[in-house]
Design a protein around this ligand. Structure first.
Ligand code: DX5
Ligand code: ZN
Length: 220
């Protein structure tokens, strides 16, 4: 198996975002956390940031929408050049319709679950998505501690994905570091968001490569 690392720019320097993004050429994708102060108690960035960053890098964009109304806004992120758009199951009014709309526009539809949301809610609609995001912190802020309590859900998600036979990526997000990435990889994750671990490192690109190596050592 290969491990993909998609660094979150939430902990990057917002005044130098273009440079921060181009400083991690080893990244498999740039994870962009969109928060609306309603779905989560924090406000970050939106379409203008995505449109501007699209001009400075060809690395795929992995948009994570932590917003109350993804049904309205997700398609605009595809238009802005995102390769992958993730919305929360807890927020979407019509997740299947929205996933099909994103896929129809040529991007990868993805769905996220907060720590307390059981993955079984997705069991019947898994193949509508190209990626499942299991949150390993409560969404809203970078720099929180990895929630080990979510590990059994990562294992169950891996089993559900394998049973479909489809190439669906299993992403985790929150508290990923050199200490925690191995446990998540062992549980079945193959795509890893890392925010503070990458951007608080002296050498962010080297950290991306180290995290990938540590994950691949523990994958089955
Ligand atoms: C949290 C965001 C994460 C976060 C990751 O709500 O979705 O992407 O920025 O940051 P770290 O890696 O610091 O937990
Ligand atoms: Zn995120």
């Amino acid at each position: 198996m290969t491990a993909r690392i998609t660094p979150s720019i939430l902990n990057a320097d917002f005044a130098r975002m273009g440079e921060e993004v181009t400083a991690i050429p080893s990244a498999d994708g740039i994870h962009i956390d969109v928060m609306d102060y309603h779905f989560v108690p924090n406000l970050t960035m939106g379409l203008p940031m995505v449109q501007s960053l699209r001009k400075v890098t060809t690395t795929p964009f992995d948009i994570h929408l932590m917003i109350s109304d993804p049904d309205t806004w997700a398609p605009s992120y595809v238009e802005a050049g995102a390769e992958s758009v993730t919305f929360h199951l807890e927020a979407a009014k019509a997740p299947v319709r929205l996933a099909r709309e994103i896929r129809g526009m040529g991007a990868r539809p993805a769905v996220a679950l907060k720590p307390a949301t059981p993955v079984e809610q997705l069991a019947d609609i898994l193949t509508e998505f190209d990626q499942i995001l299991i949150m390993t912190v409560e969404p809203g802020f970078g720099g929180q501690s990895f929630l080990d309590v979510v590990l059994p859900k990562i294992r169950r998600t891996r089993q559900l994905i394998d049973a479909t036979g489809a190439d669906i990526w299993l992403q985790i997000d929150g508290g990923v570091s050199v200490e925690t990435i191995g446990r998540a990889a062992e549980a079945g994750a193959d795509t890893f968001v890392a925010g503070s671990a990458v951007y608080s490192s002296d050498d962010p690109d080297a950290m991306v490569r180290e995290l990938r190596m540590l994950a691949e050592q523990r994958q089955h």
